[in-house]
Design a protein around this ligand. Sequence first.
Ligand SMILES: [Zn+2]
Length: 641
Amino acid sequence: MTVVDDVKSRTDIVELIGARVPLKKAGRTFKANCPFHTERTPSFVVFPERGTWRCFGACGTGGDVFSFLERADNLTFSEALSRLAEQAGVAMPNTRKQTETEQRETDALYTALQNAADYFHRILSLSPAGETARRYLQDRGIDEQTVSDFQLGLAPHGWEILKSHLSDLGHSEAQMLAAGLVIEREGEDGSSYDRFRGRLMFPVRDTKGRVIGFGARALDDSQPKYLNSPQTALFDKGAALYAIDRAQEAIRSEGEIVLVEGYMDVLQAHQRGFRNVAAIMGTALTERQVTLARGLTRRYALALDPDAAGEAATRRNIVDAWDIFRQEVVRVRGGVTSLGIRRELPSLRVIALPPNRDPDDVIRNDPDEWRRRVEEATPILDYLIQWEARTPEAVTPEGRREAVSRIFPLITALDNPFEQQAAFAQLAAALKIDESKLEAAVGRPERRLQRGRAVVGNSGIAAPGGSAADIGGRALEDERGDVVEEHLLALCLSNEHDVSEAWQRLNLPDLTEDHFWDPVNRDLWRVLTTGSHVEQAEAIVSNHARQLQSALPMKLDRRGLGRALGDLVRRMLERQLKRQDEEDALAVASLTNEDGDAGEALRAMTEETRRRFTERIEQLRAVQTGRWNRDSRQTDGEYSG
Ligand SMILES: [Zn+2]
């Protein structure tokens, strides 16, 4: 649940509006004189069950708790959100937009890191002290071009060499500290020393090619062998992929990202022309790393060092990665239908490596073997099943039972019954258990479908007590609402210049922010249609825009854009009409008195609303007299795109 949803669900709309406007209960709704225009009879209705409000009178406004507060107290969306969050006791994440000063400080960190990378690289390439490191790289088969492409470097041996170099360039100690380049001495005020000393340096960059941190390898017996930058405002090991900047073009063109563990694996791969390779830098694959690559491809191949940290740990990493992917599949499935464009579902395969050899060895030894192993990578669930069957314990009944208990939840989490059945059969065969016996022992997988999905949908990692209703509810919500809005917004963001042209060419009707149900989407739409730059929007909205852009990149050609735009606008209008229709029905029921007279309410309404209302009242009367005919209901607002 996002903060916005959380705040919304904890805010009582009747209480919020009732504190400003005297509300009168009317059936399942509440009514009042509209606070946003002058009127003598009430046409302002609050729908507590839906968490919405609407004026059926002259101003015709409507929305949820956020839009009410925005309008009533003249607030921006972010202001309304933080005020309601405070009242509801919901902690707001720090989404405040950077001030100009903060922006300058961030820029200074990037510069400090780039200056450090330049310095390390010069020492490695030019200084006599770099000789040992240069020989090491040569021995590992890394050529000079690769050293220069990746700007590899050497951290000098002293304690304050980088520090004094950077301070000559005008960087403050505070900046070096914030960039993770120096370490504060314990117990002494403000004194610090170089974090990286005598190590081979690998600058880690973001997708824009900016240095965000370093990986560092010891060249002697120093421990640890590998050292990374600490977590900083710019660097988070679990959210970065080494070489993503250089790999992104190839990942896009080849349609797949190959993930390896180490820096050397990446260097060797790129040097031999396998350019879609990036490294997870010694962690288990994280959701944030998947997010980073999501904008580039949906196909991932994972080459994990089988004996890196013991088999159990590697298996755990793979299971974790698998969890993240199932979640990703569920996420994407929710969005498949709304555009009518079939998006490729994410896939994750495991590249099998020969015992005791990492990708670096394999590629150096025989690039063709690497190519073949990547091509023959195994879908992840198959891989896990084979793995279980290979363990020595799998020959005993006890061992097999444990293997089943590890794999079965993964099978039930598949949301396609055919895939489930196939994987179930495969598991039985791999463990040499009769399928019917296995079924008798654990049940058929599809019976557990709901539970499996709940596990996946939760946080990616199996969490007991995750309710299936959460997931079902969310999936439903996706189908109904947000996916349509988000696709439309992503489309507008990715095709900035062509959208308004297409809109005019297709003569599409205007969408107002009221067409958007999600408060953040609504605010983003407001930003886009007022011609402001997304970057200038408040943090929560510009972050949302960035997420949409990376999660749903939808650069389309002229025809594709027109078709998608037409489809999405039609869907938006249909939903809006449906909602209006439902609210009309509720309001009619509440505002009409026992005699079926809505006189008081009707007088205050706009002509259009009055027409719809009168129609509704007619229908109600018709139902009472048994004359109601569904066909007489008019579907206005017909739109052909
Ligand atoms: Zn009004």
